[in-house]
Design a protein around this ligand. Structure first.
Ligand code: PLP
Length: 406
């Protein structure tokens, strides 16, 4: 049974007060809070077992190596990958996408090729492709979205042709909350001989993901958005592609043999994990996923689904509110503005009421341009949020609206 009050007890920070008011944390799209057991397991490893992985023969090193590799199997099972070799640990979604842009880009992208993204992407899923296009003389094509936040699938279909080599798309928009039809997109990409990358930064914590069912070629996410630590993330890639891609960063652990004449590279996944990894972060990520599984992702999704519907209905009632993104089935993000008020002022006033939201261009400038605004305010939800917190947000907005009516 999903019991939000019980879950809240696992997150000590939720009992904090800010400016003498109870914290209402609605900035989960930026980063989620951590359950006690994630922090505890990381502390335990730092305090009792810390030692570098994959290099030692001694007890501590083996202990950390085993835990690091166990976390890899936890991730593999969570996203239903076929093999642990297809799970590469990175610093986060951004690094995962850059890895693909550099190494897949190096091997597979040539002058005249096309890479397709959408207008609603996070900058992390735009800029690496722009840089790749510049390096290779390829062209970036953009699928527009409709004003309600839905992707324009007709326009997408119109962009599919034999020149397209990669389609890179967010599973869930971090601004609009739109859940994109990624399976359809992946199938359409494959039909013209292109590969598909899914940016799952805003999906991994809300939606069950099966990479084999989706048949995506790459999938990227960050640990800190799924109740895990910062500084660690995942790139899933199909083995046959990863095998064909050259390594990215050179250094320790990604090599088999180093000779001045010629160096040979390690097996997957280590080929893409140069240097000392954030193994304690990886262990924390494994624990975070175990935590999510113990609560139940389906139960979390059902709770958040109810909460987003409640939030949309309640926020709509605030006078002079402007809502951005209302696609059917949208996920746990509500972005808005208040007529005549700067997003930064709105966010600052909410902060003084103890309500943490994100303001600004939300790392998605093209979405701001679509609506002709310089920024928005975003409330984003997690498993531990409640209807009372949505009520607090709406009461805060109504108060601000009343005071600044003139
Ligand atoms: N993609 C999306 C959709 C995001 O929401 C984010 C972060 O907000 C990122 C990519 C980048 O994630 P990170 O900063 O953890 O690398």
């Amino acid at each position: 049974m999903f019991d939000v009050n019980q879950i809240r007890k696992d997150f000590p920070i939720l009992r904090e007060q800010v400016y003498g008011k109870p914290l209402v944390y609605l900035d989960n799209g930026a980063t989620t809070q951590k359950p006690r057991r994630v922090v505890e397991v990381m502390n335990e490893y730092y305090l009792r077992y810390n030692s570098n992985v994959h290099r030692g023969v001694h007890y501590l090193s083996n202990k950390c190596t085993d835990a690091n590799e166990r976390a890899r199997t936890v991730v593999r099972d969570y996203i239903h990958a076929g093999e642990t070799e297809e799970v590469i640990f990175t610093r986060g979604t951004t690094e995962s996408i850059n890895l693909v842009a550099y190494t897949f880009g190096e091997a597979f992208i040539h002058a005249g090729d096309e890479i397709v993204v959408t207008e609603m992407e996070h900058h992390a899923n735009i800029v690496p492709w722009q840089m790749l296009c510049e390096r290779k003389g390829a062209e970036l094509k953009v699928v527009p979205f409709k004003d309600n936040g839905e992707l324009d699938m007709e326009a997408f279909a119109g962009l599919m042709n034999g020149r397209v080599k990669l389609v890179a798309v967010a599973y869930v928009s971090n601004v609009l909350g739109t859940v994109n039809p990624v399976k359809r997109i992946i199938d359409a990409a494959h039909a013209v001989g292109a590969y598909a990358l899914v940016d799952a930064a805003q999906a991994i914590q809300h939606i069950p993901i099966d990479v084999r069912e989706l048949d995506c070629d790459f999938l990227a996410f960050s640990g800190h958005k799924i109740y895990g630590p910062t500084g660690v993330g995942v790139l899933y890639g199909k083995r046959e592609l990863l095998e064909q891609m050259p390594p990215w960063q050179g250094g320790g652990e990604m090599i088999k043999e180093v000779r001045f004449e010629k160096t040979t590279y390690n097996e997957l996944p280590f080929k893409f994990e140069a240097g000392t990894p954030d193994f304690i972060g990886v262990i924390g990520l494994g624990e975070a996923i175990e935590y999510v599984k113990s609560v139940g992702l389906d139960e979390i999704a059902a709770h958040e689904h109810g909460l987003i519907a409640y939030a949309m209905e309640r926020i709509r009632q605030v006078p002079r509110i402007i809502l951005y993104g209302d696609a059917p089935g949208k996920s746990s993000v509500v972005s808005f503005g208040l007529e005549g008020m700067h997003h930064f002022d709105l966010g600052t006033l909410l902060d003084k009421m103890g309500i943490a939201v994100r303001t600004g261009q939300l790392c998605a400038d093209p979405v701001m341009s679509h609506y002709g605004v310089t920024g928005m305010v975003r409330a984003s939800l997690a498993m531990y949020n409640t209807e009372e917190e949505i009520d607090a947000l709406c009461a805060g907005l109504k108060k601000i609206e009343r005071i600044f009516k003139m």
